[in-house]
Design a protein around this ligand. Structure first.
Ligand SMILES: [Ca+2]
Length: 253
């Protein structure tokens, strides 16, 4: 009895080291661009003058190179109709992408979006990004898994926590200056995650963007973060949103 109670108390004890303070940031809209409102945005990144986007839904999933100014696809490759597209990221000359259920990942050549192989992984696929030479995968659980992108063997994992508590449903991912930024599914927040610890260290409330985009309903959630590292531009959008935004974070404290 006493032992059971002690265990229950231990479970509620704070971690040995106190969780880090979470920085809150405001934002400003720098400019907005058209976004195809039929795109169920699942993955987004910037490379060499263009956005790359993966979309979901069975029979409608694709990976595409987009023109920023018009939002139109300059090239695209569909996924098999029995696969639900999820996150994508760039690894060298490849795009690596995952799918929701079934554990199938894809590689495409970035120059022409032609298929360049597939791979398997355990569990669900949500978001992906490259941190250094490791591919990071979110899967709906609070864990982020780190893989060798060449072999897709798992190297390590961390648990995402906010104020010490695990946070599930980490969705689309983006790496900015070695830190992982993420959408949290069904919320209007993006968060910054320390890849070494999994701790959420920054939080941005983007609910104002959803209103500006005229997006309502549970499926039209904020999703999609892309970072233009050269010009230091941050892009965000949402599923079925008619707009994509360049934003600047401000007043982080
Ligand atoms: Ca991204």
């Amino acid at each position: 009895m006493i032992f059971t109670l002690a265990l229950a108390l231990l479970a509620d004890l704070p971690a040995a080291t106190a969780p880090p303070p979470v920085e809150r940031c405001g934002y400003q809209i720098v400019q907005s661009f058209p976004h195809d409102s039929s795109s169920f945005t699942q993955g987004l990144f910037w490379h060499d003058g263009h956005l790359y986007e993966a979309t979901g839904q069975y029979g409608r999933s694709r990976v595409a190179r987009l023109d920023l100014q018009t939002g139109k696809a300059l090239a695209e490759t569909p996924l098999p109709s029995d696969q639900f597209g999820e996150g994508i990221t760039r690894w060298g000359e490849q795009i690596i992408g995952v799918t929701w259920h079934g554990g199938v990942g894809h590689r495409w050549r970035i120059k022409d979006l032609k298929p360049a192989g597939t791979f398997r992984y355990e569990g669900e696929g949500w978001g992906v990004t490259m941190v250094g030479d490791e591919l990071v995968l979110s899967d709906g659980t609070p864990d982020l898994r780190f893989f060798d992108p060449a072999t897709m063997t798992e190297q390590r994992r961390v648990t995402v926590r906010f104020a010490g508590r695990p946070v599930a449903q980490i969705n689309e991912l983006e790496t900015i200056d070695g830190q992982i930024w993420a959408n949290v599914w069904m919320t209007d927040f993006i968060v910054r995650i320390d890849p070494a610890t999994g701790n959420i260290v920054s939080l941005v409330d983007l609910s104002g963007l959803k209103a500006d985009a005229g997006a309502s309903g549970t499926d039209k959630v904020l999703n999609g973060i892309a970072w233009d590292a050269k010009a230091k531009r941050l892009f965000v959008t949402g599923k079925y949103w008619a707009k994509l935004y360049e934003i600047a974070l401000a007043n982080c404290r």
